[in-house]
Design a protein around this ligand. Structure first.
Ligand code: ADP
Ligand code: F6P
Length: 349
């Protein structure tokens, strides 16, 4: 009988997810296996939608042949609160076994991997492909979408800098990454930005950034770029935004820091027209770069090869530039190592 496997995308969409799905379909066709596309992440597995075709679909190679270079995810994605509960995880496992699926490819970030792990515990062999712009799956040097997101941010900073330079205005640029500063660090390095603020540096201080910006301005740099990872706001040394800004703007007690307030504060502390830019979803909704597309190609093929040979519970990643796989649980256990050297280089001089 023809073997049947399934694939889903979960968590935040990331550039390269479609390329990976297409490659899974191509490899499945080569291996003479049937492929089920699960829609809306884990929601499709738990039968969230009344119409079956909204939960899953048979994927033929023809259907997905042309999706590889499209941004977003053809299969759709979701965050599924229900899937945290054993009852729904069991429902998903029963569903997959019921339709004869012998293995599932999960393309997503660390949350999606935790979900996959739950399915593994319930007897469904899973292979994870890291699909997240955040690059927060520490066992792998990169994840699908990270390179694209950095390229989008680099282009954005270059454009922002043209205006910053023209007007002698420093810029605060907020990038994504959840609790990981990798997008910010790579954006800052690729644009020779003068300051980077990341969630890995707990207790960072507004005054320190202001002092650095003032010294840059004093040395003639009137268009410095301060790249801030979104997760950094949560770990800064407490700063009373209301107390500081109330003489200047309409603010309310307890307002949290964000890029716009940070720029307003730096403007007053440093006497420069600091402007904020938040890059947002353009980081996720771009066609994959060559690097992400190549990884998608390799990962999609490797995932099918593993499942074809009856090997589940694996996470695919990149180590020393090569695509590899390792035990899913061990992959989730790898702890982050902060690149202090890069951080110091960006924030020096
Ligand atoms: P990402 O995969 O990009 O990290 P999320 O953290 O939002 O994205 O996780 C995506 C989904 O994975 C969640 O909405 C949930 O359905 C599932 N998930 C996350 N953590 C767990 C967990 N500990 N147990 C079961 N499912 C989980
Ligand atoms: O995980 C990808 C990511 O874009 C993070 O960088 C960000 O914190 C989060 O997703 C935003 O999620 P949402 O889809 O809810 O906007």
């Amino acid at each position: 009988m023809q073997k049947k496997i399934a694939v889903l995308t979960s968590g935040g969409d990331s550039p390269g997810m479609n390329a990976a799905v297409m490659e899974v379909a191509r490899a499945a066709a080569k291996a003479n296996m049937r492929l089920v596309g699960i829609k809306h992440g884990f929601n499709g597995l738990i039968g969230k939608f009344p119409k079956a075709s909204d939960n899953y679909t048979i994927l033929s190679l023809d259907t997905v042949l042309d999706i590889a270079d499209l941004p977003g995810t053809y299969l759709r994605t979701a965050r599924s609160p229900e899937f945290f509960e054993l009852e729904y995880q069991q429902k998903a496992a029963d569903f997959l076994k019921g339709i004869g699926v012998c293995g599932l490819v999960v393309i997503g970030g660390d949350g999606s991997y935790q979900g996959a792990q739950k399915l593994v515990e319930l007897g469904v062999p899973c292979v994870g492909i890291p699909g997240t712009i955040d690059n927060d799956l520490e066992y792998s040097e990169t994840s699908l979408g990270f390179d694209t997101a950095v390229n989008v941010c680099m282009e954005a900073v270059r454009s922002i800098r043209a205006t910053s330079r023209s007007h002698d205005r420093p810029a605060v640029v907020e990038v994504m990454g959840r609790n990981c500063g990798d997008i910010a660090m790579s954006t800052a390095m690729s644009t020779a930005s003068e300051v980077v603020v990341v969630p890995e540096v707990e207790g960072w201080e507004v005054d320190q950034v202001a002092a650095r910006l003032s010294s840059l301005i004093a040395r003639g740099n009137t268009r410095a770029t301060i790249v801030v990872a979104e997760g950094a706001w949560k770990v800064m040394k407490p700063f009373d935004v209301y107390e500081f800004l109330k003489p200047y703007k309409q603010v309310f007690p307890g307002e949290p820091m964000n890029a716009y307030r940070f720029a307003s504060i730096l403007k007053r502390m440093c006497g420069a027209e600091v402007r904020a830019n938040v890059i947002g979803y353009t980081q996720r909704g771009h066609e994959p770069t060559a690097q992400d597309a190549v990884f998608a190609f390799e990962a999609g093929n490797m995932a099918v090869e593993l499942l074809k040979n009856g090997v589940g519970n694996q996470a695919i990643g990149v180590r020393l530039g090569r695509t590899f796989h390792m035990d899913l649980v061990k992959a989730l256990d790898v702890k982050p190592v902060f690149n202090q050297h890069q951080f110091d280089l960006i924030n020096s001089l």
